[in-house]
Design a protein around this ligand. Structure first.
Ligand code: ADP
Ligand code: ZN
Length: 600
């Protein structure tokens, strides 16, 4: 059957088989039912509406807030031989007119429309006289008023149900929590929709969290030894740090661009565009860089500062590896981060309950940094997903961290906090413990404390590690009024009494471990020549066609070419990501490249 979903998957998209929930979702929508789809980033949501639109015939209307991406999404479909278009404010009159006509005549299979455009009278009138196959509401969490991405125009989308009661609707999001889900269902009148909720695991992302220790060296080492020529995102907390880091990386010979909210709209757009188009590019950004960045071949996401919450961390790291190929999420953090974020939370506007919530989010994030067991298990549990076995693809799984009996040191630290009056930050407390002789020590007469100098066997760094873990475990809290003063909590009692043994993890000195690189996209030395030639060929075709390289073929497709070395059309067609149209357009160019390597 030419318009069966499987046929479309194989011939138009060039994939062998459906991923787990896709087939059921597609069947539901093809049969005219409504669906609510919750799938992690990179799970494969787009096919869930693209294939039904093609199978049902008529025009599939995709509502998306991500105007900047529409052009790329549409050109990707066109490369597959699918008739697609978009309507948004960036389009000139002439193109708008053409697109509208094509919709009316049912010539387009898919049209992307911004929500503010969709709700205009003119657009609704157009759709009413057009053969519509379905409505897909992408980024459906934008309808949730309490979320980060709320868009007022999304609220009006309930009119779809009223105006087009017989046309199937499919709402999609990667945002997890139950409250958001309930809001989507209510506000979009999806009470009768079938719900498809996938787990949130992203198994191809390798999570690593390290203590900051000359962070620039750590970053450079990571980039040079593991990520040469790869695309990635580096997140920093402040605008200044974004600029400094991007500049410094450029000096080091990397193709790095800054991105933050204070740059002009123009500069931001240019950098985002370059990031999407280029093959070997690093963007250094604040969290302003985010939603809808669905460049599939992001090979690493680095955090140079501690994210504010587990949600933010998971979302940001989730921008890596959407193509299913290995991606690394590296987080570097230190005691200063904890203190700074904690103070930011305290000084934020909002009532006490809000502040307490912000603190708790921060501590949850910190907990993930400080655990000695599988990080993914804890991450997923946070989102309500249970993972029975350790994942095998996080730093703790790959290389179990050392722990040590820290009871004595912890007692020293806690009693120093107590004896100095719970009025000092970690820096001064460490000076007391190590018996430093400086003005502040003398000013407060701290040489006289019984804990003065008793901790001089440990270095200042080791003490910082201890204080960080004590905060993470809720034994100390950061005071908001002062300058990061540490205070004891109730849970310190048994430890101070010596009634409890406490194990802490040792910080890893960043010795490079062969294990940690296990699942990183690595190309054997002898294959590098062909790999680069394939990428070169892709880049050239991309430039000729005015599209980003991944629109030609994904990394995973090139990698399979590298393995299988196809020299015939039918061999190339067997590779995932190669469909009829792409074979016809690009097959010869790639086969030529491979042939050259095979026979020389
Ligand atoms: P999402 O929108 O959920 O983040 P996408 O729809 O962008 O994810 O899909 C992520 C990647 O997975 C894309 O590169 C897509 O082509 C690929 N993909 C989706 N479904 C399949 C499949 N059944 N087989 C192989 N690759 C797939
Ligand atoms: Zn793990």
């Amino acid at each position: 059957m030419l318009n069966s979903p499987l046929h479309i998957l194989q011939h138009t998209f060039g994939y062998d088989s459906f991923r787990q929930p896709q087939e059921k979702i597609i069947d539901c929508v093809v049969a005219g039912g409504d669906a609510l789809v919750l799938m992690p980033t990179g799970g494969g949501k787009s096919l869930c509406y693209q294939i039904p639109a093609l199978a049902r015939g008529g025009v599939g209307v995709v509502i998306s807030p991500l105007i900047a991406l529409m052009e790329d999404q549409v050109s990707a479909l066109r490369e597959l031989g699918v008739n697609a278009g978009y309507l948004n404010s960036t389009l000139d009159w002439d193109s708008t007119w053409h697109t509208e006509n094509a919709i009316r005549n049912g010539e387009l299979s898919l049209v992307y429309i911004a929500p503010e455009r969709l709700i205009q009278e003119r657009t609704l009138a157009l759709l009413q006289e057009s053969p519509i196959s379905l409505f897909a509401i992408d980024e459906a969490h934008c309808v949730a008023q309490w979320g980060h991405d709320f868009r007022a125009d999304y609220l009006r989308l309930s009119l779809l149900h009223e105006t087009f009661p017989t046309i199937p609707r499919i709402a999609l999001t990667a945002t997890a929590d139950e409250r958001t889900r309930a809001e989507i269902i209510e506000r979009l009148s999806l009470t009768r929709a079938q719900q498809f909720i996938s787990g949130f695991d992203r198994p191809n992302i390798q999570y690593r969290i390290q203590q900051k220790n000359k962070p620039r060296d750590q970053l450079l080492n990571f980039l040079r030894s593991e990520q040469q020529g790869n695309t990635g995102i580096i997140y920093c907390l402040s605008r200044k740090k974004v600029e400094d880091t991007a500049e410094w990386l450029t000096q080091q010979g990397f193709n790095a661009l800054p991105y933050h909210a204070r740059m002009s709209a123009n500069a931001r757009q240019t950098n985002q565009h370059r990031f999407l188009r280029e093959d070997n590019i690093i963007i250094v950004a604040t969290i302003a860089f985010g939603m809808g960045i669905d460049k599939p071949d992001v090979r690493f996401v680095v955090h140079l500062d501690l994210p504010k919450s587990v949600e933010a961390y998971y979302q940001e790291t989730g921008r890596g590896g959407r193509d299913g190929e290995p991606s690394t999420a590296l987080l570097l953090y230190g005691l200063e981060d904890v203190v700074k974020l904690s103070q930011m939370a305290e000084n934020s506007e909002g009532d006490e309950a809000f502040k307490r919530q912000e603190q708790q989010r921060l501590y949850a994030m910190l907990g993930i940094c400080e655990i000695a067991s599988c990080r993914r298990q804890v991450l997923l549990r946070y989102f309500g997903d249970e993972m029975p076995e350790p994942c095998g693809n996080c730093d703790n799984c790959l290389e179990a961290p050392d722990t040590w009996n820290a009871s004595e040191a912890v007692q020293m630290a806690l009693s120093t906090v107590y004896r100095s009056g719970q009025r000092f930050g970690a820096g001064h407390l460490i000076d007391i413990l190590r018996g430093a002789d400086n003005e502040k020590i003398r000013q407060f007469g701290h040489q006289a404390l019984s804990t003065y100098g008793i901790g001089n066997k440990l270095s200042a760094n080791e003490w910082r590690t201890i204080f960080r873990q004590l905060i993470a475990r809720g034994l100390l809290t950061v005071d908001h009024e002062g300058y990061g003063c540490l205070r004891l909590t109730e849970s310190c009692r048994p430890i101070l009494r010596g009634a409890e043994t406490i194990y802490l993890r040792k910080d890893k000195v960043s010795k490079k471990s062969p294990l940690l690189r296990k699942k990183v996209l690595d190309i054997a030395e002898e294959d590098m020549g062909l790999w680069n030639a394939l990428r070169q060929c892709r880049k050239q075709l991309a430039d000729e066609n005015g599209v980003p390289p991944y629109v030609i073929f994904h990394d995973s497709t090139l990698r399979e070419m590298l393995e299988k070395r196809p020299l015939q059309d039918y061999e190339l067609l067997n590779i995932s990501g190669v469909g009829d149209r792409k074979l016809e357009q690009f097959g010869e160019a790639f086969i030529d490249v491979i042939r050259e390597f095979e026979y020389t």
